[in-house]
Design a protein around this ligand. Structure first.
Ligand SMILES: [Zn+2]
Length: 402
């Protein structure tokens, strides 16, 4: 069941959770002197193209009700059937060259007999090459009469500043969790799909708030395929173990956890993004150890760009593994220097460590590529030393006794 298509909003008031962008769009479409360039900025699946299409329909509707398109007149109907001659939708990823932009310019010169406005919607416009963007800029600077450009992007920074400055920018928010969960429950009720509140939140979290992807997931739920199957959750203990392996410089443990998660059909990108979420979550807790915060910051600088580069495929295990190894490299063992040792040994730990690595994993010291620095530290360690770190980050005692 293709719920994203079925429930795609066709009026401004049907768009969920983007009131600011929608209000700006509505207000600017009623101005006497019409803005000719719009830039819609937001994450994938936020509804940018949907809003762009409603704007285009509203501009050309012959029976507009206030600002809403009627969705009944010839113009609205032909657009809803994807046959509108004056409303063109292109994907910036396919039109990356200057010649492509020339084609676009030629199209824009054609007179639109039956429609009031020619509307050009460019999806993923940041994917156009710089020369193509420059050619586009010339078009935006001197737009043909009655032509409106609606550019959509997930990566605003990759657009020429001169393009951004010419456009009315509409920013899309991450839609509120409760709002989307409620919306999903409503759609599920309509479609007679059994869905609990907990499952609705699970779908939201798994899809990071993208309504389109949430609906896609919901449409796949059946008697045989449950929400839990579609939105598997990585147990926190696993993420915790990965962080512990960074502290222990334990490449073998990382490999084991990674292989286990891959066997459970978690995609590398999903694993890394969950690790990012978990780390950020720990950072936000008021009693988190300061040294952990520094390390967390370091590994996030590795994890975030690497995760953004990874595709949603199961073929990226090697990249994922390298990223985790890179985290080990940047991680400064929390109990590393003598100064810090002295400082820490002055006070007792707030929480007694009781952590065990998950799944009966037992460390085998022979395999650890422990750097010399860390070995020196092990020798100079005082017996009564207990690092002042939270239980979750405490390295198993075996490591301290090597
Ligand atoms: Zn209409």
């Amino acid at each position: 069941m293709n719920l994203p298509i079925k429930y795609r909003p066709i009026r401004f008031d049907q768009i969920v959770g983007q009131s600011v962008a929608v209000e700006i769009a509505k207000a600017s479409l009623t101005q006497v002197e019409l803005q000719t360039t719009y830039l819609l900025v937001g994450s994938s699946g936020a509804g940018k193209t949907t809003l762009a299409r409603i704007m285009a329909r509203s501009l050309n509707c012959t029976n507009r009700q206030g600002i809403e398109p009627c969705n009944q007149c010839d113009s609205c109907q032909t657009h809803l059937e994807d046959n509108h001659l004056a409303i063109t939708e292109i994907n910036g990823a396919d039109k990356t060259g200057v010649d492509d932009v020339r084609d676009i310019i030629e199209k824009c010169q054609l007179h639109t007999i039956s429609s009031k406005y020619r509307v050009l919607i460019v999806d993923e416009c940041h994917q156009m090459s710089k020369p193509a963007q420059n050619a586009m800029l010339k078009l935006l600077e001197e737009p043909p009469t009655d032509t409106v450009f609606i550019l959509c992007t997930t990566e605003e920074d990759r657009l020429l500043e001169t393009i951004r400055s010419r456009a009315r920018i509409l920013r899309f928010d991450t839609v509120n969790r409760d709002l989307v969960a409620g919306y999903l429950l409503n759609v599920a009720h309509h479609e007679q799909i059994p869905l609990t509140e907990t499952e609705a939140y699970l779908i939201y979290d798994y899809n990071k708030g993208s309504i389109r992807q949430c609906l896609q997931t919901l449409g796949t739920v059946s008697e045989r395929v449950t929400v839990e199957d579609l939105c598997p959750q990585i147990p926190e203990a696993k993420l915790q173990s990965i962080l512990l392996s960074f502290e222990a410089r334990d490449y073998l443990a990382i490999e084991r956890i990674l292989q286990e998660l891959i066997r459970q059909r978690f995609y590398p990108k999903h694993i890394l993004s969950k690790l990012i979420d978990y780390t950020i979550d720990l950072m936000s807790k008021p009693d988190t150890n300061k040294k952990f915060l520094i390390n967390a910051d370091e590994i996030l600088q590795v994890l975030i760009p690497a995760t953004n580069k990874l595709g949603n495929s199961s073929n990226n295990v090697a990249e994922c593994r390298l990223t985790l190894y890179h985290c080990v490299v940047v991680w400064q063992p929390i109990n590393q220097t003598t100064d810090e040792l002295d400082e820490s040994s002055q006070s007792q730990p707030e929480i007694q460590p009781d952590y065990q690595l998950a799944n009966g994993y037992s460390p085998q010291p022979d395999y650890y590529p422990i750097p010399a620095q860390s070995l020196n530290y092990q020798q100079s360690q005082t017996p009564q030393f207990q690092p002042q770190i939270k239980a979750e980050y405490q390295v198993p005692t075996q490591y301290n006794q090597q």
